[in-house]
Structure formats: C-alpha cells, structure tokens
Design a protein around this ligand. Structure first.
Ligand code: NAD
Length: 282
C-alpha cells in the first residue's frame, strides 16, 4: 500500500490528503494545530458527502477514503511515506525548517514535494541532503475539483523524480504540467498580478469589488471574479506571493496593493477568516 504524508491541514493540505486517499493511498495528515487537524478532517468529510450526493463517488469509496486518513501533530508520521507533500503557510523559514526535519525523518528514497505557490523549489531543496528528490507539486484550489497540478522542476531535481511525480499526479486523476523554477512559476506569475490589479481598482475607487468581479465574469468569461478568487485563495497567501514576485522579479511592477496589505493586517483573509472582499457565514 502506498503512503503519502501531507504536512499542513489548511485549505490545501486537507484537499491534497483527500485526493490521495480517494485514490487508494494511506495518508498521514500532519499539522501543528489541533484545531487545523479537526477542521481539515471536517472539510474532507463535508467534501466527500458533497461528491457522494452528486453521484461522483460511491458511499463505500467515501467511507474508505476517510478511513485511510490518519491525523498527527508530529512529522514522525512521515517516517514510512513514499512521498511527502508539504502544504504549510507560505513562509520560507517555516518551509526550510520543515524540509530539514523531513530530510532527517522520511525514508531516504522518498520524494519531498512542496505545494508552495511561489517560493523557490531550488532554495527549499538546498536545505536537504537530497536536493535531487525535492520537487514542486503545485495543486490548485479547491484540490478535489481542479484538474491541474503544476510540476515545478528545481535546478537539480532528478529526471526520475520528475517522471515519478508526473506518474503519481496522473494516478490521482490530475493533469501534470511541467514548468521550471522561477518566482511564481507560471500559474501565479500570470494570475496574481491580475488579482493585485483588481484590488488596486477597488483601492483607487475605480469600482466596487462586485463591479470588478462582474466585469471579469461577464466580459472575460472567468467563472469566478478575481476578488472572489482572492478570497478563496486567502488574502495572506496572495500577499505572500506578490512579495515573492516583487523580490524576485521587479519591485515596482509587482508592488502589492496597499488595500491588500491593510486587509491582511486586519485579519481579513477571505473565506477562511469569514471576511475578505465578501462576507462568509460558514
Ligand atoms: P492555510 O493557512 O490554510 O494552512 C496552512 C496550515 O499550515 C495551517 O493549518 C497551519 O497550522 C499549518 N502549519 C503552519 N506551520 C506549520 C508547521 N511548522 N508544521 C505543520 N503545520 C504547520 O494555507 P493554505 O492556503 O492551505 O496554503 C498552504 C500552501 O499551499 C502555501 O504554500 C500556499 O502558498 C500554497 N497554495 C495555496 C493555494 C490556495 O489557494 N490557498 C493554492 C495553491 C497553493
């Protein structure tokens, strides 16, 4: 039986554990926060029920999926994993610490993947003694529904590791697309400046959040407006990505909108905090 360890049980981590478990993998879901583990499991349960109601999966598969996920507060739960997917907060130092520990704890042959949205895979790999086995596995939100996984090849990621990660991604029913390591990779290099520009429009009084989203939905055929999408992603995550683009590419062009900085400082993080550009009840 294959086993994955997913570090971080937040927005992305619980979705990643869900998808692996639904495809037959045993999954250890690891977080430092007891509340995050409980919340992550509750989200997985709710999403499985939703998929079952839609007829997308059977009752048996939903039950088996839940049964394959075990939670833990310790990285020791990764000691027998074939692959580890790290999905903790978008903070370089936190990720470096975790990869140092994972390098020590996970089996020598295990792949160490990061779901980072923007932090350099090459830099993360450098803190380990197995940089050739470190790779970016960038899932999209919401993980159970989105087909893409951006596979990010660090400067020294091995061909065999890329091939294996592509194979695992396909086995999860997702479509891998390979890109090279660069700030924001492709997805966020293109997406985040659009979201940031939408926030500038609100900040400068060009239009309300609703109006900006309507323009992009009805005029550009986007399924979700950029501000509703920012709420879904998490405004703290958006801000962290803009800072990586700003530091890595061009200070002026990628300057985060002041309103984005203010909302994050106030704890208005989008859906996960109940308030962002819109208010959320559950
Ligand atoms: P989140 O804030 O929802 O969850 C992060 C989790 O990490 C929290 O539960 C926190 O308790 C946990 N954590 C923090 N430090 C930890 C540690 N040292 N050990 C174990 N757990 C720890 O964040 P998220 O939105 O799920 O983002 C996670 C990663 O995925 C980030 O790198 C982010 O850039 C990336 N990402 C996010 C999205 C998105 O739409 N939110 C999309 C793609 C990728």
């Amino acid at each position: 039986m294959s086993k994955v360890a997913v570090v971080g049980a937040g927005t992305m981590g619980n979705g990643i554990a869900h998808v692996f478990a639904q495809h037959g993998w045993d999954a250890a879901l690891i977080d430092v926060s007891e509340a995050a583990l409980a919340g992550g499991l509750a989200t997985i349960r709710k999403n499985l029920e939703r998929l079952e109601k839609k007829g997308a999966i059977s009752h048996q598969l939903a039950a088996d999926t839940l049964g394959r996920i075990k939670t833990s507060k310790s990285l020791e739960a990764a000691t027998d994993a074939e692959i580890v997917v790290e999905a903790v907060s978008e903070n370089p130092d936190t990720k470096f610490d975790i990869f140092e520990d994972l390098d020590r704890l996970a089996p020598k042959g295990a792949i160490l993947a990061s779901n980072t949205s923007s932090i350099s895979i090459t830099e993360i790999a450098k803190v380990t003694k197995r940089p050739e086995r470190v790779i970016g596995m960038h899932f999209m939100n919401p993980v159970p529904l989105m087909p893409l996984v951006e596979i990010v090849r660090g400067r020294v990621t091995g061909d065999e590791v890329v091939a294996k990660t592509v194979e695992i991604t396909q086995q999860l029913g997702k479509t891998p697309v390979e890109v090279n390591d660069a700030p924001g990779f492709v997805s966020n290099r293109v997406l985040m400046p659009m979201i940031n520009e939408a926030i500038f429009c609100v900040d400068e009084g060009v239009a309300t959040a609703e109006a900006v989203d309507q323009v992009m939905k009805l005029g550009m055929n986007h399924p979700l407006g950029p501000l509703a999408l920012a709420d879904l992603i998490g405004l703290d995550v958006c801000l962290a990505i803009m800072k990586v683009l700003q530091d890595g590419l061009d200070v002026q062009k990628y300057r985060p909108a002041p309103l984005l900085e203010q909302m994050v400082a106030k704890g208005q993080l989008g859906r996960k905090s109940g308030q962002g550009f819109y208010a959320y009840r559950d």
